[in-house]
Ligand binder design. Structure first.
Ligand SMILES: Cc1ncc(COP(=O)(O)O)c(C=O)c1O
Length: 392
């Protein structure tokens, strides 16, 4: 395939070599291990003198196709698929940080990432400083001689805060730091952090990449020299994805662009509707002109994404009544599904943070996160409208 083909073509056409059966579509290589022709081949494969599959914890052809495709879409050099988004994040930390190192991270982060940085890494002697995303100067001010990595999530879960990727890329280069970006909310269709000098990109593939809420999975991709250290950790600690899940994800990537267009279109229309509704205290969506970093969103994102956050007048009590009044939309904790999902982060995804930690990133008790699906927008709005009325 030519290198300059478009995103949609890469998503559909990136393939591993077909087997001797000449299958047109990716098979599921559901096998733990692969046969050696003879003792010498086994030795050569383990000695890395010969390239080939040995054992699925190390590599598997189905997993390879999924990762090849994701790398093509992100314009990244190399990567590996993991059993969850959190496994991808943890493997990246363990692959590149050691006791005595310092990590600089944005304060607005997914709940479990926050737990790893705040409560798990310190047990291994790895310290951190959180930076408020609106304070661009704070990133540089908080770099210490032991700082090794910058970790950012943009847009963030659930706050939809965004960080200037170009600024972070330049800062990381200037101070010789590894820049790691969680690109779960945007997906490579909307934002490609590699273009701004990001070294390692994280995905929870559980979200938009799967797209139908079937699998838990993750991926770490980026510059080959940095992926190598993470692969070593993953090979020996075992967070490998199952070939069946990798197969689902490889197929899912083929429709990513189509789905994202619909998610983003619906999310924008919903955000506009909510902004005009008198019962709404505030609504946040990166492509609304009222969004505080609208210009930056337009610069680094192709569209506003599939998530909208809002608060109703009446705060926490009203949020609860609103959620309990929904008839069509799902009340669950996932996002990036074909089905629209409504979540209350303060009591679910971010409930393990202290009240102070939540306040620091504006996760109020009234905040409602909506992952806008691909149903007809009129039906989504109708359900939200009736729930707003009934929650009064
Ligand atoms: C931004 C972000 N990163 C990472 C994760 C963790 O992914 P997983 O649930 O696949 O482990 C999530 C999950 O919601 C997320 O939203």
């Amino acid at each position: 395939m030519k290198k300059d083909v478009k995103f949609e073509t890469k998503a559909v056409r990136t393939r591993i070599k077909p087997s001797t059966q000449k299958e047109h579509s990716l098979p599921i290589y559901e096998t733990s291990s692969f046969i050696f022709d003879n003792a010498e081949e086994g030795r050569a494969l383990f000695a890395e003198e010969k390239v080939g599959h040995i054992y699925t914890r190390y590599s598997n052809p189905t997993n390879d196709e999924f990762i090849m495709k994701l790398c093509a879409l992100e314009e990244a050099e190399d990567g590996l698929a993991t059993t969850s988004g959190m496994a991808a994040i943890f493997s990246s930390f363990v692959g590149h940080l050691k006791a005595g190192d310092h990590l600089l991270a944005c304060r607005s982060l997914f709940g479990s990432t926050h737990q790893i940085i705040t409560r798990i890494l310190p047990r291994f002697g790895i310290s951190h400083t959180y930076v408020d995303i609106n304070d661009n100067d704070a990133w540089e001010k908080n770099i210490m001689p032991t700082t090794r990595m910058i970790f950012a999530e943009t847009p963030s879960n659930p706050g939809l805060d965004i960080i200037d990727l170009e600024m972070l890329g330049k800062l990381a280069e200037k101070h010789n730091l590894l820049l790691v970006v969680d690109n779960t909310f945007a997906t490579p269709y909307i934002q490609q952090p590699v273009k701004y000098g990001t070294d390692i990109i994280i995905h929870s593939t559980t979200k938009f990449i799967d797209g139908q809420g079937r699998t838990i999975g993750g991926a770490v991709i980026g510059k080959e020299k940095f992926i190598e250290d993470i692969r070593f950790i993953a090979k020996h600690t075992g967070p490998c994805i199952s070939p069946f899940d990798a197969w689902i994800l490889s197929k899912s990537l083929e429709t990513l662009a189509l789905r994202m267009d619909r998610h983003c279109d619906n999310a924008y229309k919903l955000a506009v509707y909510l902004e005009e509704n008198q019962e709404i205290k505030w609504v946040k969506y990166p492509f609304l002109p009222s969004y505080e970093k609208y210009e930056l969103a337009k610069k680094q994102m192709k569209s506003g994404g599939g998530l909208v956050t809002m608060e109703l007048k009446g705060g926490a009590e009203r949020a609860k009544k609103f959620i309990d009044s929904l008839e069509l939309l799902s009340l669950t904790t996932n996002l990036g599904d074909t089905r629209t999902i409504v979540t209350h982060p303060a009591t679910t995804t971010h409930s393990k943070l202290t009240e102070e930690e939540r306040q620091a990133v504006n996760i109020t008790r009234g905040l409602i996160r909506i992952s806008v699906g691909v149903e007809h927008i009129e039906d989504i709005i109708a359900d939200i409208e009736q729930a707003i009325k009934r929650s009064k």
